[in-house]
Design a protein around this ligand. Structure first.
Ligand code: SF4
Ligand code: SF4
Length: 450
């Protein structure tokens, strides 16, 4: 089926109404489902539709499957679940939709229904349990740093990769190895980083989990740039995971508990704004009002908290720059993280920050609306699809002959690095804030990229 054509399967809505397949706890909203007019404008930006050309792996098809279950026309069988497991939750369909269908809320509710009401295989359960119990706990990620450093710095990783032994591992383990971050020195963030010069704002910094332990240089650069621009930075040491991975994977109950802890930690910090530098976390905390809507003790506080949350690029473009920018002679391909561009609507701000760096040349990546294949834990649970999407992105980046790729999400950094390397283009990938930090500190391109 082509986009713009009516979908024949929708004729089934004439079947007599039965009771819904969903349970009563926040099923996908019928009101949102009914907003879809089946126009198909979302199809060309949907990575899975672009890959496979299958209606049921498009946003329109998935909304139809939700409607079918809501009307009792299907149970949540493995085939039905599979179409939602392959959705990246990238929200490109939301930006493309002229009818304002909030697909984000639909997929979040559907995934929570799936996790509550279906059984995954023992192997899948173990895999998901490992990811949730590891990636949402900074203290556990911290314990992985030393063995990972030894694996990388001893040369063992290079030997293992060259030997071909990884090909004998299950695909999900291969994916995990390919996505390992290149660890650098650990840079701790102080509870308070004072503003340089006259204080303009007092801001909180959400440290993230993967960002905190595997990309500490990004948090350090964020704190330095904010301080250089006159912000006092508060990084509450009591902050936990914000729950982004859990929400996006349908683990609602666990995500609610982490959201409450995050709100508690930042309320005590008494800040004007809360800065996020991981787009997945940023879009999650923005939705706390929705996540905690049933909790009388937190519903209002969650809305206030969410209103304070801003991506680092939004904060830095909200006032006149004060710190001097030094030239950084680099050609930079900018990759829009999906949660930044589609969920938060932040596209122009990171480009504006980069454009103010003297000598830096910006290059636009074609098909910017389409995901790189990272999507939270997607590249770990759907490695074949993620690799295919990543290959497509890598081959769009390569002809730009960029010195570096910049983006605003740690998951995208890992996915792009791995996809570029797999396709023979080992272009470095950095967070946008690292380029700005280097420019303010007068670091040379050679030192930045070594
Ligand atoms: S969220 Fe992304 S992958 Fe899922 S239906 Fe929308 S465009 Fe497709
Ligand atoms: S989700 Fe929006 S763009 Fe996609 S088919 Fe429905 S109405 Fe059209």
């Amino acid at each position: 089926m082509e986009c713009g054509e009516p979908a024949p399967a929708y004729t089934m809505t004439n079947t007599p109404p039965k009771s819904s397949t969903f349970d009563e706890h926040h099923p996908p909203s019928n009101e949102i489902i009914e907003k879809c007019v089946h126009c198909g404008f979302c199809l060309p930006v949907c990575p899975t539709y672009v890959l496979w050309g299958q209606e049921m792996d498009s946003p329109r098809g998935r909304i139809y499957l939700m409607k079918l279950a809501a009307e009792g026309g299907t149970d949540m069988n493995a085939n039905w679940v599979g179409h939602f497991d392959t959705c990246l939750g990238c929200m490109a369909c939301m930006t493309a939709c002229p009818s304002g269908v909030d697909y984000g809320k639909l997929i979040e509710a559907t995934r929570a229904q799936i996790e509550r009401n279906t059984q995954r295989s023992p192997g899948e359960k173990r895999h998901r349990h490992f990811m949730f119990e590891t990636f949402t706990r900074p203290e556990r990620l911290k314990r992985l740093r030393l063995p990972l450093l030894v694996y990388q710095k001893s040369g063992l990783q290079a030997v293992v990769r060259a030997s071909g032994i990884l090909n004998f591992l299950p695909k999900k383990m291969q994916a995990m190895e390919a996505l390992l971050p290149r660890l650098g020195p650990n840079e701790a963030i102080a509870e308070i980083t004072p503003a340089i010069g006259e204080k303009r704002r007092r801001v909180g910094l959400l440290l993230g989990c993967v960002q905190r332990e595997f990309f500490p240089q990004v948090n350090a650069a964020t704190a330095r740039v904010l301080a250089a621009e006159g912000c006092e930075v508060v990084a509450p040491q009591a902050q936990t995971c914000c729950g982004a991975l859990l929400v996006h994977a349908g683990e609602e109950a666990a995500a609610v508990e982490l959201a409450k802890k995050t709100i508690d930690a930042f309320e005590r910090a008494n800040v004007d704004a809360i800065v996020t530098n991981a787009a997945g976390c940023g879009s999650n905390v923005k939705e706390y009002g929705h996540l905690l809507r049933d909790d009388p003790a937190y519903a209002e506080r969650a809305k206030k908290f969410a209103a304070k949350c801003k991506d680092i690029s939004e904060v830095l473009t909200s006032f006149e720059p004060r710190a001097q920018r030094h030239p950084l002679k680099l050609r930079v391909a900018f990759h829009d993280s999906c949660h930044l561009q589609h969920a938060l609507g932040v596209r122009s701000q990171p480009r504006a920050l980069l454009a103010k760096i003297p000598d830096l040349q910006l290059a636009e990546i074609p098909e910017a609306a389409i995901c790189c294949g990272s999507a939270g834990i997607y590249n770990l649970v759907q490695p074949d699809a993620a690799n295919a999407i990543g290959d497509r992105k890598a081959n769009l980046i390569a002809p730009l002959r960029a010195d570096v790729v910049a983006t605003g999400n740690p998951g995208c950094v890992l996915q792009l690095q791995s996809s570029l390397a797999r396709n023979g283009h080992p272009t470095p990938v950095l967070h946008t804030i690292q380029l700005l930090d280097a420019s303010i500190r007068g670091i040379t391109p050679g030192n930045l990229l070594k």
